[in-house]
Design a protein around this ligand. Structure first.
Ligand code: SF4
Length: 350
């Protein structure tokens, strides 16, 4: 069977029409990403607004509700999977230990990079563009060597641990618009495993440590992050300051998680993960939405449009209650839907 025949094989979830539709969406989103990169370099104020105050605030909700859609259209994924799509990848497989190490490194990168937003990235277009470009280059190099999403999208990408934490009860499953056949390159595959979460696999010590650091640490880390103001100018002397409160929050919520996980049965482990996931995303929007509309604690930090003089005083508490209530309902109270982010394509013939 030729590659083309396999691609449109009736058993496959991606029909011919759907294949071209996803390619068109991927191309459009990739162009949006490229436009943001150009703005970051040549029109930094616009680029910073588009990236940090529009795209990034949408991302957590996207991970909760439409994880598979994001996994199909992420422009970074589209770029670093190009070597595989064009047959230029060596298609090596990673061992469980290597994958565990990459997952752990991804979390270390996440917790290292995010506080630096206050020190440099939030106010510097070139720095933000350089950060994104570094990830593109790294992801693409990995794409030349390793099979499908194993090394970057499900390995070293610092956004992936957050997808895995928030995407445990997604709204619907979409076809896999990248992998033409499943090569079983990641076990368990985060894209194809229903209700995946960060402690779904305890295959190695690295996986276990990764699960603890992201589930336990993220809610407190987010709380701490929102209590640090942006530096207007980069100063090496202030670099440690941007880590203190996120680290404190990280430690406190990790301790709470460790104690709670010792008290719950294995059967309820996933529920506990959902509670911490909902706490993380709710905390994010609790602070982020007011800041977007001019009600933030630090004046212009994270401001999209200043509506503080035109919106009533009940606006802020109302959106905070609504978003927190929604995420706890969606992620904790609502029945687990047994859905994966995307449908697994047929396994490749051995
Ligand atoms: S669907 Fe299969 S080939 Fe694609 S990332 Fe998952 S395990 Fe790898």
């Amino acid at each position: 069977m030729s590659a083309t025949e396999r691609r449109f094989h009736p058993e496959k979830q991606l029909s011919e029409q759907s294949f071209y539709l996803w390619r068109a969406i991927q191309a459009a989103i990739w162009l949006v990403g490229a436009a943001i990169m150009i703005c970051l370099v040549f029109f930094p104020n616009l680029g910073l607004t588009l990236f940090w105050n529009i795209l990034i605030p949408i991302a957590p909700a996207l991970f909760v509700l439409f994880t598979g859609v994001w996994r199909n259209i992420c422009p970074l994924a589209t770029t670093n999977l190009m070597p595989r799509h064009f047959g230029l990848s060596e298609r090596k497989k990673l061992t469980a230990v290597q994958l565990g190490k990459l997952n752990l490194l991804a979390i270390v990168m996440l917790y290292t990079i995010v506080p630096l937003r206050h020190a440099v990235f939030n106010n510097n277009g070139i720095a933000t563009a350089s950060l994104i470009m570094a990830m593109v280059v790294l992801g693409m190099i990995m794409g030349f060597y390793y099979e499908w999403k194993s090394a970057w999208c499900s390995g070293l990408c610092p956004v992936h641990p957050v997808e895995k934490l928030y995407g445990g009860n997604t709204m619907f499953t979409v076809p896999n618009a990248h992998c033409s056949e499943c090569q079983n390159c990641v076990v368990p595959c985060p894209d194809s495993t229903p209700n995946i979460h960060p402690i779904s696999t305890k295959r190695t010590l690295y996986h276990q440590l990764s699960g603890l650091l992201i589930v336990g640490g993220l809610p407190g880390f987010i709380w701490g992050w929102f209590h640090v103001p942006d530096e207007q100018l980069f100063n090496w002397n202030n670099i440690l300051g941007v880590y203190q409160l996120p680290l404190l929050g990280f430690i406190v919520s990790s301790i709470i998680y460790i104690i709670a996980s010792m008290m719950v049965s294995t059967k309820n482990e996933q529920k506990l993960v959902s509670v911490f996931a909902a706490a993380g995303v709710s905390c994010y929007y609790y602070y982020r939405l007011p800041a977007l509309f001019g009600f933030g604690d630090f004046h212009t930090d994270g401001l999209l449009i200043n509506l503080s003089n035109s919106l009533p005083t009940w606006f802020v508490p109302t959106i905070q209650v609504l978003t927190t209530g929604f995420f706890f309902y969606w992620m904790v109270i609502r029945k687990q839907q047994h859905r994966s982010w995307v449908l697994r394509p047929p396994f490749a013939a051995k």
